[in-house]
Write a protein that binds this ligand. Structure first.
Ligand SMILES: NC(=O)C1=CN([C@@H]2O[C@H](COP(=O)(O)OP(=O)(O)OC[C@H]3O[C@@H](n4cnc5c(N)ncnc54)[C@H](O)[C@@H]3O)[C@@H](O)[C@H]2O)C=CC1
Ligand SMILES: O=C([O-])CC(=O)C(=O)O
Length: 336
């Protein structure tokens, strides 16, 4: 019954009604924020999470007390910077989800967040590298196209880098693309979205959706809507932030995928990870279909040969941008 309720909260997949077989400690860094709170709620409702560790620079005790009254079996603990709280939060973690940092206001690009969020992600990654180097690190903080390279460089410097375990969470792009196609066709289908997570680097592959027929005008409009879906929310929130609830949903889905893979299930997800698909063009991180296993990324799948010429052109444009944002992240992390 409880598991069924949790499943309906997460919406996408049904959970087994038996208790979780494997222990899984999940930390949320930035847990008191707009994404952090609903994400932590969804993780509290996920029976695969046996321990939930919440960290934020403010307001963690209240969020922790609140969530700890929910009658699922996981233990919830809250931490602040006092008493080396970050290390305590990360101790023994299997998965660390990072939505810490500032969100956009109207008129800003995700890259405008670099000035503040780059340092936040660098410092949190440093603590992860020292405290839980084998955990899967799920980065939500923008600009993802730079923060993933930053975290990777921090892990390299610390001598504990495993590219199979650092992920940029691009799931919201797939969730949006799926919803927008549903609004058009009435069919709820997965839509591959590849590339990166900012404007023109976000590439929905509508050609890969079986049976979907779009005119060129419809394809252009839907592509634009997926690429700039984040801006729609930023505009509607009128200065109070960016997507939080849909991101929490997407982050909970991706975390659940990682946990299912950890427990031995064969899972496919789209994620922004280190790979060689476009390394010849100076792009070492690219969101693509990845097969997940107990050790993180088990296989990186290339884009299908059958993508359209229109989509190939979008990939070419995205690579130019991705090369720059990766370089910016690497230079930041290696310069100190
Ligand atoms: N990857 C994606 O698809 C998406 C990414 N985002 C990004 O997620 C980030 C968070 O967004 P919101 O939750 O809306 O922002 P928010 O401002 O509501 O929450 C951020 C939280 O991070 C905390 N924080 C700041 N510095 C910290 C530190 N050093 N350690 C721990 N916690 C710290 C803040 O106290 C705050 O509670 C933003 O960078 C935003 O752009 C947002 C939506 C989608
Ligand atoms: O648009 C933003 O700034 C937040 C984000 O990444 C998204 O909603 O996709």
């Amino acid at each position: 019954m409880l598991a069924a309720r949790a499943a309906s909260l997460l919406g996408r997949r049904a959970f087994s009604t038996s208790a979780a077989q494997n222990a899984a400690k999940v930390a949320v860094l930035g847990a008191a924020g707009g994404i952090g709170q609903p994400l932590s709620l969804l993780l509290k409702a996920n029976p695969k999470v046996t321990e939930l560790s919440l960290y934020d620079v403010v307001n963690t005790p209240g969020v922790t007390a609140d969530l700890s009254h929910i009658n699922t079996s996981s233990k919830v603990s809250g931490f602040t910077p006092e008493n080396d709280g970050l290390r305590a939060a990360l101790d023994g973690c299997d998965v660390v989800v990072i939505p810490a940092g500032v969100p956009r206001k109207p008129g800003m690009t995700r890259d405008d967040l670099f000035k503040i969020n780059a340092g936040i992600v660098r410092d949190l990654a440093q603590a992860c590298a020292e405290t839980c180097p084998k955990a899967n690190i799920l980065i939500i903080s923008n600009p993802v196209n730079s923060t993933v390279p930053i975290a990777s460089e921090v892990f390299k410097k610390a001598g504990v880098y495993d590219p199979k375990r650092i992920f940029g969470v691009t799931t919201l792009d797939c969730v949006r693309a799926s919803r927008f196609i549903y609004e058009k066709s009435g069919n709820l289908v997965d839509v591959p979205v590849v590339g990166g997570h900012a404007g023109i680097t976000i590439i929905p592959l509508f050609s890969q959706v079986e049976g979907l027929k779009l005119s060129n005008e419809e394809r252009d409009a839907l592509t634009y809507r997926v690429q700039f879906g984040g801006d729609e929310v930023v505009k509607a929130k009128a200065g109070t932030g960016s997507a939080t609830l849909s991101m929490a949903y997407a982050g909970a889905r991706f975390t659940d995928s990682i946990l299912r893979a950890t427990q031995g299930e064969d899972v496919l997800e789209w994620a922004f990870v280190r790979n060689d698909l476009y390394a010849n063009e100076g792009v070492n991180y690219f969101s693509t279909y990845v097969r997940l296993g107990p050790e993180g990324v088990k296989e990186v799948l290339p884009l299908p040969d059958s993508i359209s010429d229109y989509e190939k052109d979008l990939v070419a444009k995205a690579l130019v941008e991705l090369q720059k944002t990766e370089k910016k992240g690497v230079e930041f992390a290696t310069s100190a």
